[in-house]
Design a protein around this ligand. Structure first.
Ligand SMILES: [Zn+2]
Ligand SMILES: [Zn+2]
Length: 268
């Protein structure tokens, strides 16, 4: 790009923003003839200079109507002061572009902020809904949890009854077998493996076993190494059967009665 028009050897004085070409004062007539729609896109360098001199960035605000009015007034004042230019209200495309860029930045920002506000409103709305649903869920579950807790307690309590009664039966069986042959003390102390397996004694495990057992006997058989292991005193026995038998070997009937009496006291 040279400073002078190659045809007329004159300095360029115009710019056509549409073609983005520099044009001399002789060529401008031809250019406007060839491209009538470009005439308002062509600016003379003096107009551009004037426009830049009178440019006030302070006046470029987002309130377009008042901005325009202010601008005209300012232009007039400046013009009166300078008295250099005839075109009063001329604004270069540079000024217009600055205005439109600022306007676009302002409106983009406010649109973005409005979207953020809506986004936040939605978020808060659904947070409240979530809170509400959680509370409703807990309300509905609270009764169920309480009921389940009660049932668990009942099962534990009944299992304890059952253990005690099974122990009574055990005592009875041992008393009977003691009468016929001597006490076999062979079965003992294989509980070390089982003792720590607390989960085997949990109500959940017990309920699973109850579900899969068709009869009380099969339930007892299924748990005879854990719940109903007669040597596992830690979990099972309210009394040490062998010890009781030793102490009361003479009077088996009163022993049995005594145990039953204790049971009634404990579980009534
Ligand atoms: Zn042009
Ligand atoms: Zn020319």
């Amino acid at each position: 790009m040279t400073n002078k028009c190659l045809v007329h050897q004159r300095s360029h004085e115009f710019i056509c923003y549409q073609c983005n070409s520099l044009i001399c004062s002789r060529c401008i007539t031809g250019h406007n003839k060839d491209h009538p729609d470009h005439s308002d896109q062509c600016e003379h360098i003096d107009d551009i200079k004037h426009s830049l001199i009178t440019l006030k960035l302070d006046d470029i605000t987002d309130i377009t109507i008042t901005t325009t009015n202010n601008h005209i007034n300012n232009d007039r004042t400046d013009n009166n002061n300078n008295n250099l230019y005839n075109s009063i209200n001329f604004h270069s495309q540079i000024n217009n572009k600055l205005k439109s860029l600022w306007g676009s930045l302002r409106s983009s920002t406010s649109r973005y902020q409005r979207l953020s506000t809506t986004e936040n409103d939605i978020k808060q709305h659904f947070e409240q809904l979530h809170q509400y649903l959680i509370i409703e869920e807990h309300k509905l579950q609270r009764d169920i949890i309480n009921d389940k807790h009660t049932i668990t307690n009942q099962i534990d309590n009944n299992i304890n009854h059952l253990k005690y009664l099974l122990n009574i039966i055990n005592v009875f069986n041992k008393l009977n077998s003691n009468n016929s042959n001597n006490n076999d003390n062979s079965s003992c102390d294989d509980q070390s493996d089982i003792e720590d397996a607390t989960s085997l004694y949990s109500t959940t495990t017990i309920m699973e076993s109850i579900t899969t057992s068709s009869s009380l006997q099969s339930f007892i058989n299924h748990n005879n190494q854990t719940l109903f292991n007669e040597h596992n005193f830690k979990y099972n026995n309210y009394f040490n059967i062998d010890e009781l038998l030793k102490q009361n070997s003479s009077d088996s009937t009163s022993l049995l009665l005594d145990i039953i009496h204790k049971y009634n006291n404990q579980f009534q």
